[in-house]
Design a protein around this ligand. Structure first.
Ligand code: BJ8
Length: 430
């Protein structure tokens, strides 16, 4: 409560719609309490993440404000394909933006069609409605050419949101040699933009240091995921998802420390045989579209239906950290090449063809000893909905129980989804 009062002048200065913002902050604690506190037992120490959600627009926003006052630039990104390494190398700060609630949709109404992906509608609503202080803290928004919805969203953003926008052009057929060349050229163009914005030059030294830092952050998340392979898992899917969600916008140094500490605890729990569920609880892998805070809906349904989520093949899951970054090379050119290579190994449904994603899912099912796969697509997300049909068929052919779910951020279909998930789990048990 005290925190809330203290942050008011800052929110006002950022130009937030305070009334709407109050309404948003009023609903989050109840949702969090219901999903994270009341329905979970024997959690590892998640006090840092409990605090972060409770203070979601507080200390981090204050840190960004202070960094800005010292001359640092704040950049907002929407996709894994915009490399954090380049942004941090020139002493700017990258904040992963998204929208995981339909609370903000009203602000985008009439500007975008209703049958648009909820993630885009939510993010646009946050920006246009002045209800997210992360958007209002930015010096530059960095969009990218992935799905059609996002491509068009940048045009809307540019028209209605008063912040400079830069769009990175992502190659669509990444298996071709010219795609790599094009991607490197795009990364270099982004570097130019960043250098102009920050007045800092990208050098071999600062890029190498940023690559080491971001890869270290990913290493800590890898450790958390590695721990989830144990039976019983020492952390719930919900908590692991939260760790990943927060990593998108928190300070990387703090993330290395806090996620590292959590991973230490999880490794100890495994040694001590401590889990959050009983051994042999049915294990589910979710694959599909990213889940932005506070989209915890599917995890909540699965984990209150007698199963546990052990892995997410999503951009708020393995796609965030799976591709390894080589930090070798003696020249700046060499490091940029490594970076390009690493990012081209992320298998998003926006690429064509994208066979490697199915292979990733098969591999992850084995590694995490998953009993079944839930293919998750946000409504109107054509790339993931289309891919889910072929993937479901392929997984079933090799005997992996699979179900496809298409949903949005509303709670209206929760009952229906729960019935389907419970039936799916029954089928797996048999
Ligand atoms: S690398 S998944 S973060 S593009 S859900 S907005 S695809 S219509 S978010 Fe993504 Fe980058 Fe790919 Fe990952 Fe469009 Fe689908 Fe909406 Fe999506």
């Amino acid at each position: 409560m005290t925190e809330k009062v203290d942050h008011y002048p800052m929110w006002k200065n950022l130009g937030l719609d305070l009334e709407k913002h109050d309404q948003l902050l009023a609903i989050l604690p109840d949702i969090y309490k219901k999903i994270y506190i009341e329905t979970q037992k024997n959690r590892p120490d998640m006090s840092f993440w409990d605090f972060v959600v409770g203070d979601i627009h507080g200390i981090r926003i204050k840190e960004l404000k202070e960094a800005k006052e010292k001359g640092q630039k704040i950049l907002g990104t929407f996709c894994l394909y915009v490399p954090d390494e380049l942004i941090f190398a020139v002493n700017a700060i990258s904040v992963g933006l998204c929208g995981g609630t339909n609370f903000s949709n009203y602000a985008a109404e009439g500007i975008v069609p209703p049958n648009l992906c909820p993630l885009i509608k939510s993010a646009l609503g946050f920006a246009l409605g002045n209800i997210c202080p992360y958007f209002n803290s930015l010096n530059l928004l960095v969009g990218e050419t992935t799905c059609d919805g996002k491509k068009k969203a940048w045009e809307v953003m540019e028209k209605y949101f008063p912040c400079e926008l830069y769009v990175v052009e992502i190659p669509q057929c990444k298996d071709r040699p010219q795609a790599r060349e094009h991607w490197i050229a795009e990364l270099k163009a982004l570097v130019k933009k960043l250098e102009n914005l920050t007045s800092n030059k990208l050098t071999f030294e600062n890029l190498k240091a940023a690559m080491e830092k971001i890869e270290n952050k990913r290493n800590q998340i890898r450790r958390v995921y590695q721990a989830r392979k144990a039976d019983p898992p020492p952390i719930s899917g919900k908590d692991a998802l939260l760790v990943s969600q927060v990593a998108f916008y928190d300070d990387p140094d703090r993330e290395i420390q806090m996620v590292g500490k959590l991973a230490d605890e999880l490794e100890k729990r495994i040694r001590d045989g401590v889990g959050v569920v009983k051994k042999s609880t049915k294990r589910i892998l979710i694959s599909g579209t990213p889940m932005a805070i506070p989209n915890w809906k599917l995890h909540q349904i699965i984990e209150t239906s007698g199963a546990i989520v052990v892995c997410e093949e999503t951009c708020t899951g393995t796609r965030y950290f799976d591709a390894k970054l080589e930090i070798t090379g003696k020249t700046l050119e060499g490091l940029i090449g490594n970076l390009a290579e690493r990012y081209l190994n992320i298998n998003c449904a926006c690429f064509t063809p994208n066979e490697a994603r199915t292979e990733d899912i098969k591999r992850l099912v084995k590694e995490y000893k998953a009993d079944g796969v839930v293919l998750y697509s946000l409504s109107f997300c054509q790339p993931y909905i289309i891919e889910s049909i072929a993937i479901e068929k392929k997984l079933k052919e090799i005997g992996i129980p699979t179900i496809s779910i298409e949903t949005d951020y509303s709670s209206e279909d929760e009952g229906q989804l729960k019935t389907r998930i419970e039936a799916f789990l029954e089928m797996i048990k048999k």
